[in-house]
Design a protein. Structure first.
Length: 551
């Protein structure tokens, strides 16, 4: 009894032909043994796509169970690879720098709308000056009472938090109320912050994720974080082994609305509750590149240590054994040769030259490490890392020899967009909430000017806490052309002094105050004013202009 032949694929599964009533490439004859896919990205029968079958999973399922391994690898990469560490430092230096300065900007229009009170631009300016002065006293407190551990200023805490966000994928700040510190010689405010290692945020007793518990984040039916479960100590501290297995449940907000926990990370997908570091997409490439550096360096070091070598047509020990051992003439000859070289060394211009036996040759060892394609290959790989970090290749390599003014300025402007975006997101997620926590205490202490009928802090928190943050200066590639462009834009009302000063990390009002001081100093000393001091105004008087006389 005969049976029809069945075509199978490499896995032994029957191949099916797609039915097709038309002609051309899609006909049945042309598609025998081949499934039809409208998108090549869905094809699983090609060599390129056949073994590429990732799963569809929620963001928490993709991140949470692998989070510790990814973070440990990212930290190790940054610790032990200079370029990776430098890339993180460039982001920190451009996004936060040594100081992230508050520029308060309360929304007086919104406050007037919701309350009917006399909020106006005059009040906003008065409020801004008062709150910035008090924030400086708090954030730069000499006793470091703004820090629970009394070690860091607020700017240093913000830099540390951003570093965690870049490497670990998230930062975690716990706000404390410590009235026992307030007093003579102590803290001015009871508010204090503590930057917590995100490793300590985890499910109690290391349980698996559940519907309402996502790797330490407790959420409600709508996905709103309600509380955070934080270990009392790091899980791998042997000296805190008992505390490391005790979790504290910290509610996101107290009953009176006081914010207790600030958890900031970039969301790549909806429903995500933990973050992913910036190195994760290129971590494998960065690790292989670091290993490649090591291999090339070892090969080059080995080549340098060998230097030269001697080739001989025979091995002395083997020849001696073949012709009778140590007592034979060959052994006697080798001894005379060694004695001759020791007693009568050959010298050339004061340098000893090795004497060679018949048939021997001395050669220099040359190395092809690093090989010819090393530089270009590493340059390409570092470009991949720089792209993931959102900064220019020159900022990662610190090699500006390949750049001219145009491409240097273009690359820096593109990276500046990403750096500004990182600063704005970090400000919205971490810096501004920290400021708002302190601002509530300052307002409730009655330290800030408020008009009659002003709403309570919680009723207008968004408007009261409105602000921006001044980071480090963007700098100029050409310190002549670019400032001239800024002047032209201000003259054309396309920008403001506040905006231009902020891009250079300065406060516009402080610039004007300092200019006023310097102009007065010029006048007191009888020194002619320079052009920036308004030298054309020096000949003017305070007399009112004279009316023109009629003829």
């Amino acid at each position: 009894m005969s049976s029809a032949a069945i075509l199978v694929d490499a896995s032994g599964r029957p191949l099916r032909a797609r039915a097709n009533t038309g002609a051309g490439p899609g006909t049945l004859a042309n598609n025998v043994g081949r499934a039809f896919f409208p998108y090549q990205a869905a094809d699983w029968q090609t060599q390129e796509m056949g073994a590429w079958l990732p799963w569809i999973r929620s963001p928490d399922a993709e991140i949470n169970q692998f989070r510790d391994r990814m973070v440990a690898r990212s930290r190790d990469q940054v610790r032990n690879d200079g370029r990776s560490s430098g890339g993180i430092t460039r982001i920190l230096d451009n996004a936060v720098g040594a100081s992230l300065r508050l520029s308060a900007a309360p929304d007086y229009r919104a406050l007037a709308e919701i309350s009917g009170a006399a909020f106006d631009i005059k009040w906003a300016n008065e409020f801004r000056r008062a709150v910035e002065a008090r924030w400086r006293l708090f954030s730069n407190d000499f006793g470091r009472y703004n820090d629970v551990s009394r070690q860091l200023t607020v700017s240093q805490q913000l830099r540390l938090a951003l570093r965690h966000k870049l490497i670990d994928g998230e930062d975690l700040v716990i706000n404390y109320w410590m009235p026992e510190r307030v007093g003579r010689g102590g803290a001015r405010y009871a508010t204090a912050y503590l930057v917590v290692d995100p490793d300590r945020l985890s499910n109690p007793n290391q349980m698996v994720d559940t519907r309402h518990m996502r790797n330490g984040v407790e959420v409600d039916e709508n996905g709103v974080p309600l509380a955070y479960h934080i270990r009392k100590a790091h899980q791998n501290d042997w000296y805190n082994s008992v505390e490391s297995m005790i979790w504290e449940r910290v509610e996101r907000e107290d009953d009176d609305g006081w914010l207790r926990v600030i958890h900031d990370f970039e969301r790549d997908r909806a429903g995500q509750n933990r973050g992913v570091g910036v190195f994760i997409p290129v971590l494998a490439h960065a690790k292989m590149l670091a290993r490649y550096y090591g291999i090339e360096l070892q090969a080059a070091a080995l080549a340098a240590s060998i230097g030269t070598y001697v080739t001989s047509p025979y091995d002395p020990s083997e020849v001696q054994d073949a012709v009778g051992g140590e007592d034979h003439e060959l052994g006697y000859y080798q001894g005379l040769r060694a004695e001759w070289n020791e007693e009568r060394p050959a010298m050339f211009n004061g340098v000893r030259v090795p004497a060679l036996a018949p048939g021997e040759d001395i050669k220099a060892f040359t190395s092809d490490h690093p090989h010819n394609g090393f530089t270009e290959f590493v340059h390409e790989m570092q470009g991949c890392v720089a792209s993931a970090l959102g900064i220019s290749l020159e900022q990662v390599t610190q090699d500006w020899s390949r750049s001219n003014y145009s491409n240097m300025r273009g690359s820096l402007l593109e990276s500046w967009k990403t750096l500004i975006r990182r600063r704005l997101e970090f400000s919205a997620g971490t810096a501004t909430p920290m400021y708002a926590v302190w601002l509530r205490e300052s307002m409730e202490n009655g330290e800030l000017p408020l008009p009659a009928g002003a709403p309570d802090f919680l009723d207008g928190v968004t408007a009261y806490a409105g602000c921006s943050w001044l980071g480090p200066a963007r700098g100029w590639v050409d310190p002549v052309k670019e400032p001239q462009g800024s002047i032209l834009k201000m003259d054309a009302a396309l920008t403001t002094l506040k905006q231009e000063a902020a891009e250079q990390g300065s406060d516009w009002e402080e610039l004007l105050d300092q200019r006023q001081i310097e102009i007065e100093a010029f006048r007191e000393r009888g020194i002619p004013l320079p052009e920036w001091g308004g030298s054309e105004m020096a000949t003017r008087t305070d007399e009112p202009p004279q009316e023109p006389q009629a003829a």
